[in-house]
Design a protein around this ligand. Structure first.
Ligand code: URP
Ligand code: ZN
Ligand code: ZN
Length: 468
């Protein structure tokens, strides 16, 4: 029996300036179906759609490797689901996200995978993949690691050194997990803060009736992150397991990684856009500062400088978001007690524009570094390169057409994230995502989303190398 003829659509992008992690040149791009077919000067192929990208920059689709969509957390769910979250990501130039499956303590990884796949599949508009958060490492979990890597294409295993009783594992479990993951070609990633110290400080502040959002910040001083980061790095060194620290915020933690490089250990580091741009002066007694209740908390200006420098030194590899939005009504769960405010910050839509405006326009990073930390390194570190993360022949046609001169204001009244406040209300940014293609399909154009839920594909990932 002859199969139905599938129509392959083509797109020609003319006259753009293509920026990758290591190149910057003017050329046309011809896309056939889902992939980039040709890159060259004055391409004359006929195409179903022709886009004029004169005076625009062309970036690979952004990859945000740290998001929480529809996540059960602190007695509620993060307010963006796969449909709203990946749509907002596309509006902001992010075509692929990596979300976190959370194993329930006492249950299997496979059960958790089924639960998260049920939420994502058929709903995602943009492409997505999963990290597996191991919250209960035991003899049964151990047997499941190989299947995750070899069969499911889930090659990164997230651990929490905090959130005791819900997500935290102890060092014994950490070492066991690292040994198993290393053997099968995966990587262990970590929320590196000292959970016991933080729980002690939270209890102390509550006993003293210090209950405003400011005490969220004061319950997680820099030492809690620096200590846990150093411990994690040492355990990774001992086991030889590829390692990655998520949402690193401060000088002390980065120094632990820098010290590890002196023994030729490599540990990947992610920071998030908010830690580069916002600081702890935002914490007050006023409940409004519940907006900034996230873990780790915002830090000092000196930490921001360390992080920007770390990006240029190649020690901070990725700028993500840790997008974990909650409606104001949900934040109010902690109106009388900071420890009950759901932790998280919305930024999935804002990352690429903010990093361009505050990073490239201010001269803090080059435009190539911008692509490296927001597109290419996430693809390389998490086993999606060169399918994702670059503009090259044969790569997925995930493309952002960006106007570097357009000024606009960020606001909850215009953003597409399902959250009723913005962490960046009224911020003026220079540079706007104009058009986005996802696997060859026009996804965003003229401020409209042109693809529907279900278009987003689960991306199976390759084994990781531990170096890029
Ligand atoms: O405040 C945060 N970061 N919420 C999400 C959970 C996590 O720790 O990443
Ligand atoms: Zn975390
Ligand atoms: Zn997170």
């Amino acid at each position: 029996m002859r199969g139905a003829r599938v129509e392959v659509m083509s797109v020609l992008i003319k006259n753009g300036r293509i920026i990758t992690a290591d190149a910057d040149y003017n050329a046309d791009i011809f896309i056939e179906g889902e992939r980039i077919h040709t890159i060259g000067k004055n391409i004359s192929h006929k195409a179903d759609t022709v886009i004029d990208a004169s005076n625009k920059l062309i970036f690979p689709g952004g990859i945000d490797p740290h998001v929480h969509l529809d996540m059960p957390f602190m007695g509620t769910f993060s307010s963006d689901n796969y449909e709203t979250g990946t749509r907002a990501a596309l509006f902001g130039g992010t075509t692929t996200v990596i979300d976190f499956i959370l194993q329930k303590q006492g249950h299997s990884l496979q059960e958790a995978l089924a639960e998260w796949s049920g939420r994502a599949s058929g709903n995602a508009i943009g492409d997505y993949s999963f990290h597996m958060a191991v919250t209960d490492f035991n003899q049964n979990t151990k047997k499941e690691i190989i299947n995750m890597v070899e069969k499911e294409g889930i090659t990164s295993f997230k651990t929490f050194m905090a959130y005791k009783g819900a997500l935290m594992i102890d060092d014994r479990q950490m070492i066991g997990l690292m040994e198993e993951v290393k053997q099968h070609g995966g990587m262990v990633t970590v929320h590196a803060t000292n959970g016991d110290m933080i729980d002690y400080l939270i209890a102390k502040h509550r006993d003293e009736r210090k209950l405003s959002p400011l005490y969220h910040y004061l319950s997680q001083p820099e030492v809690t992150e620096a200590e846990a980061s150093e411990r994690f790095v040492d355990m990774a060194n001992y086991t030889g397991c590829p390692a990655y620290i998520v949402h690193l915020t401060c000088e002390g933690a980065l120094n632990a990684v820098r010290n590890a490089t002196k023994r030729n250990q490599n540990v990947f580091v992610e920071t998030c856009i908010q830690y580069l741009l916002l600081d702890a002066s935002l914490y007050e007694h006023n409940f409004d500062s519940a907006k900034w209740v996230m873990s780790p908390p915002l830090r000092q200006k000196k930490d921001q400088e360390t992080l920007w420098a770390g990006i240029n030194q190649g020690i901070v590899n990725i700028v993500a978001t840790d997008h974990c939005p909650f409606m104001w009504e949900q934040k109010k769960m902690g109106k009388k007690d900071f420890s009950k405010i759901p932790n998280g910050h919305p930024a999935i839509e804002n990352r690429m524009e903010l990093l361009y405006s505050e990073g490239v326009n201010t001269g803090r990073i080059s435009v190539n570094k911008y692509v490296e930390v927001s597109c290419t390194n996430p693809a390389k570190i998490f086993g999606m390169f060169p399918r994702k993360g670059t503009i090259a022949i044969g790569s997925d046609a995930d493309i952002v057409i960006f106007d570097p001169t357009e000024k606009h204001e960020l606001s909850a009244t215009t953003h597409h994230m399902n959250v009723d406040y913005s962490g960046y209300e009224g911020w003026e940014v220079t540079g706007k995502v104009k058009t986005v293609l996802l696997r060859g399909q026009l996804a965003i154009d003229r401020n409209e989303c042109l693809i529907n839920k279900g278009y987003g594909q689960f991306i199976k990932r390759k084994k990781v190398l531990g170096r890029i």
